[in-house]
Design a protein around this ligand. Structure first.
Ligand code: ADP
Ligand code: MG
Length: 270
């Protein structure tokens, strides 16, 4: 058993990449479940209108569900909308609903439009303290594949960005745009934000291409890339249709073990 220490303060990590299908949601769900499994208190905030992270963790998110949309637009608090993950202790989720698709536009005319998520999250930390709830150790924010106001809110609310990179051709394409946006956020809205972690996903050890991509990414991000790579795994792809993390779905699978190990590495590098 590894000895994994609690972080001195809550680590708020935005999972972002403006490319779709690179493993943002899969990594959010499974890193969060793995950290809860390691004994940490974890919150997932779903800010993708698709609500895939909510689905993947078994959280209802039909149009009638109170959700992150109501927090951002209607001034509900996190405490009003947070739900416990049914099969993972210590893991809770703020779900997203389809209403969030309109939020990019609705946010534009609101006061403090870039800070709304940050303020609601800070308020929730205080709420937990005042109500004798344990401090959260990790908060993950699962972003949509775009760099609009929802993602800006996530960058302002976090201290760390985790970028999942799929081990395939053009892996780094478009990344400079993401990094430019992060620089802009650092300059104008959140000076402490940094890209802390790169996670290589859908790695296929049998191909030369995957190995080349790993080398290329490590050249660009010598200190940020996790040693643990997430393999391409049928179990990882199947788990969401059972509304479970791969840790709950098949704990001994290579995919589950990889996410447990990546989570431990994330803790140790903290
Ligand atoms: P994003 O959130 O970046 O759009 P997803 O996490 O939804 O990406 O992943 C895109 C698709 O790839 C999903 O169908 C998911 O189940 C699948 N997938 C993600 N990671 C893996 C993996 N390591 N092995 C196999 N399939 C994966
Ligand atoms: Mg996603």
């Amino acid at each position: 058993e590894m000895d994994l220490e609690r972080p001195p303060e809550t680590r708020v990590i935005t999972v972002s990449n403006q490319k779709g299908g690179v493993g943002k949601t899969t990594s959010t769900v499974n890193l969060a479940a793995a950290l809860a499994d390691h004994g940490f208190n974890v919150l997932v905030i779903d800010i993708d209108p698709q609500g895939n992270a909510s689905t993947g963790l078994g959280i209802p998110h039909s149009a009638e569900t109170d959700s992150i949309y109501d927090v951002l637009i209607n001034d509900l608090s996190f405490a009003d909308v947070v739900a416990d993950c049914p099969d993972v202790d210590r893991l809770s989720v703020v779900p997203a609903t389809i209403h969030l698709a309109g939020a990019e536009i609705e946010l534009v005319s609101l006061v403090a439009r870039e800070q709304r998520l940050h303020r609601a999250l800070e308020e929730y930390f205080q709420h937990r303290e005042q109500n004798g709830l344990e401090r959260l150790d990790y908060v993950f924010i699962d972003c949509p594949p775009s760099l609009g106001l929802l993602t800006v809110n996530a960058f302002v609310a976090a201290k760390e960005v985790l970028i999942p990179i799929q081990c395939e051709y053009y892996a780094l394409e478009g990344l400079s745009q993401l990094l430019n946006n992060i620089s802009m956020i650092q300059k104008h809205l959140n000076p402490v934000l940094k890209v802390s972690t790169i996670l290589l996903t859908m790695y296929d050890a049998r191909t030369n291409l995957a190995a080349q991509v790993v080398e290329e990414v490590k050249e660009h991000f010598p200190t940020e890339v996790l040693e643990t790579k997430i393999p391409r795994s049928v179990r990882i792809a199947e788990a969401p249709s059972y509304q479970q993390s791969v840790i709950s779905y098949d704990r001994s699978s290579t995919g589950a073990l990889a996410y447990l190990e990546a989570a431990a590495e994330l803790v140790q590098r903290g």
